[in-house]
Write a protein of this length. Structure first.
Length: 303
């Protein structure tokens, strides 16, 4: 009989406290274990009393639940879709343009099409998404950025963090990156993992580095995912490394696909898994293509 079939699970199935055995009735509500979904308790005291019997199983199940989330294939990369043409954005940063007026990232195809429209119509230069006119001076641009920053716009907070980071003010950079991540900025999460790894503006912390790397990977950051795969490979856990590289490759990440190719040659990746990763990678890359984007590449070649 497996550990999942023991008395603790039976207690959970019949909705009884795993410690004292009291059943859940109208005036007695049971709560799940904080870390796993295997058992329930009627009170904090019962949870404390039962911990020695449940701890090993709890850690095992918690690790399983964590891996289920960690190794789930994201539907798309953290970049998402272009807000104008609604096609997936390329992982190549040179094929997208950030717009600070509305904190949007637009593809090169839509950006170039908007530029050509403005030239043809003699229209003033503005954002292709929100139509906000570009700032006419550096002072006006600073005022716009300040307004977004004071509104806790995560995009603006990350940009402020990058400015302080480039200036060598790592303490302030860490503060802004943390705030941006707290407000949901996904790129800031992986940046924080690098900061914790290098100890820039904060003490080195491997647990926090891993936490932010995993959060970024779960959110669809293929670079963070590839980084996790490399770390797992360095630790000799090749099965986990392969899983990370496959997920990143299926998001269109070239480096992860190349690493999978090398691991396939070394016998760590099955033929079926490698073929699946190849198909997924090609599908992800093809999804970012369109006639408009191809035309933009011709008009404004990516260096």
């Amino acid at each position: 009989m497996s550990w999942a079939d023991n008395i603790d699970t039976e207690a959970a199935d019949v909705k009884c406290c795993a410690s004292c055995g009291i059943a859940e009735v109208d005036d007695i509500k049971l709560k799940n274990c904080d870390a796993c979904d295997l058992v329930r308790y009627c009170s904090d005291t019962c949870q404390q009393d039962h911990r020695p019997n449940h701890e090993a199983m709890c850690k095992e199940r918690a690790a399983e639940l964590h891996d289920e989330i960690l190794f789930k294939q994201p539907e798309s990369s953290y970049l998402g879709d272009c807000p104008i043409c609604c096609l997936p954005l390329s992982l190549d940063p040179k094929k997208s343009v950030p717009y600070y007026c509305c904190s949007k990232l637009a593809c090169k195809g839509c950006t170039t099409a908007n530029m050509m429209r403005q030239l043809d119509e003699g229209a003033p230069n503005g954002c292709p998404f929100c139509r906000h006119l570009y700032a006419k001076s550096e002072e006006e641009n600073e005022r716009q950025n300040k307004k977004r920053f004071e509104a806790n716009d995560p995009f603006a907070l990350r940009e402020a963090g990058m400015k302080h980071f480039d200036d060598g003010d790592y303490d302030r950079a860490f503060e802004y990156f943390t705030k941006a991540a707290d407000f949901g900025d996904l790129p800031a999460q992986f940046i924080l993992s690098l900061i914790y790894r290098e100890g820039l503006g904060v003490e080195k912390d491997e647990k926090m580095e891993l936490y932010y790397s995993e959060e970024a990977a779960i959110s669809g950051d293929p670079i963070a995912r590839c980084s996790l795969g490399c770390k797992e490979g360095e630790n000799g856990r090749y099965d986990r490394a392969v899983k990370h590289f496959i997920i990143a490759a299926k998001l269109g990440h070239d480096d992860s696909l190349q690493r999978l190719k090398e691991m396939y040659k070394s016998g760590y990746v099955s033929k079926e898994d490698f073929a699946s990763a190849l198909r997924g990678h090609q599908a992800a890359v093809d999804a970012t293509k369109s006639p408009q984007r191809e035309e933009a590449d011709k008009l404004v070649p990516t260096s």
